[in-house]
Design a protein around this ligand. Structure first.
Ligand code: PBG
Ligand code: ZN
Length: 326
């Protein structure tokens, strides 16, 4: 056949394929999430998230120490507590598990460990909503005030990066202002910029005991039908001083990641959320898929779309089994 152009030539063997690969996984950009809870000597595996645990501060510091031996040095902490009330007072309590864990981790590991913390009220309000409710209505500006106080408490504990995931208007700017006016101008803000109201958070809400008692999160998280609106959130977070902008969830929102890539020069993060992780784990457990192949495919897709930072529950497995190299 007279056919001078044959794309298959570049697929002929692994050396050639590796040579011309357009996307490479960036392990150094991956962050492992952890759940910290009250008490001592607690370590419970989370039902819907096989291989992920809820741990008290003492055990968490040990676990992270073990993970650091694998080369893992970037973590995101989520708090789990029974101490919930209307104004989310334990969110700004200097004794809450995330604050104590941050202090311990930074004391023990210093700059060998990058500690980021989730900033949101849903783990601390009795309603389970991401902001506080006043006169039956979610109060944006009061919530922002509390979120900024929470961020300051975490910065004081030594955390390297705060990650507001609440989706209140104006929170990034207020947090930046409060951090700066207290001398924490080096604390990063990784904003959950385009966070969609998603069914993929199911296993997380069980893990964090943070499901809203009444209603849903559609009054503040983004509507899955909207794409242009994500760019408006991007512009705002850029103007308000975000250092890293995030899209969440990742896999069903690759178009949004690609839009961010085309529209910002800030680093882009994507959150490979709990439901995406559980789906892989459950299919692998049933023998329906090859876990390694699927993890690499999912993370490659997220990278190809434009994310350089990926929050993923798979990171420990990737490092443990060397899945990043064949
Ligand atoms: C808190 C928060 C959630 C997640 C991260 N931060 C849950 C939610 O908004 O309902 C989800 C993470 C995951 O599913 O892995 N606002
Ligand atoms: Zn929340």
């Amino acid at each position: 056949m007279d056919m001078p152009i044959r794309p298959r030539r570049l697929r002929r063997n692994k050396i050639i394929r590796d040579m011309v690969a357009e996307t490479r996984l960036n392990i150094d950009g991956m962050i492992q999430p952890y759940f910290v809870t009250d008490g001592k000597d607690v370590r419970q595996e989370i039902g819907g998230l096989p291989g992920i645990f809820r741990e008290s501060v003492d055990r968490l510091v040990e676990s992270i120490g073990e993970d650091m031996k694998l080369g893992l040095n970037r973590v995101m902490l989520f708090g789990v507590t029974d101490r919930k009330d209307p104004m989310a007072t334990s969110a700004i309590d200097a004794e809450n598990p995330v604050v104590l864990a941050t202090q311990q981790l930074k004391k023990q590991y210093g700059d060998d460990l990058f500690v980021s913390t989730d900033v949101c009220l849903c783990g601390y309000t009795d309603t389970g909503h991401c902001g506080v409710t006043i006169d039956g209505e979610l109060h944006n500006d009061k919530s922002v005030e509390i979120l900024a106080a929470m961020a300051l408490t975490l910065a004081r504990a030594g955390c390297d990066c705060v990650a507001p995931s609440d989706m209140m208007d104006g929170r990034v700017g207020t947090i930046r202002h409060v951090l700066d006016s207290n001398g924490y101008e080096n604390c990063l803000i990784m904003a959950y910029t385009a966070k969609y109201a998603s069914s993929y958070y199911g296993p997380f809400r069980e893990a964090a005991n943070s499901a809203p008692g009444k209603g849903d999160r559609k009054g503040y998280q983004m509507d899955m039908r909207n794409r242009t609106e994500a760019l408006r959130e991007l512009t705002l977070d850029e103007q308000e001083g975000a250092d890293i902008v995030m899209v969440k969830p990742a896999l069903a929102y690759l178009d949004i990641i690609a839009d961010f890539q085309a529209n910002t020069d800030l680093p882009i993060a994507a959150y490979n959320v709990s439901g995406e992780y559980s789906a892989v784990k459950l299919m692998a457990k049933e023998g329906l898929v090859d876990e390694k192949q699927m993890v690499v495919e999912n993370l490659t897709a997220i990278t190809r779309a434009g994310a350089s930072v990926i929050l993923t529950y798979h990171l420990r497995d990737i490092l443990k089994h060397g899945w990043d190299h064949e």
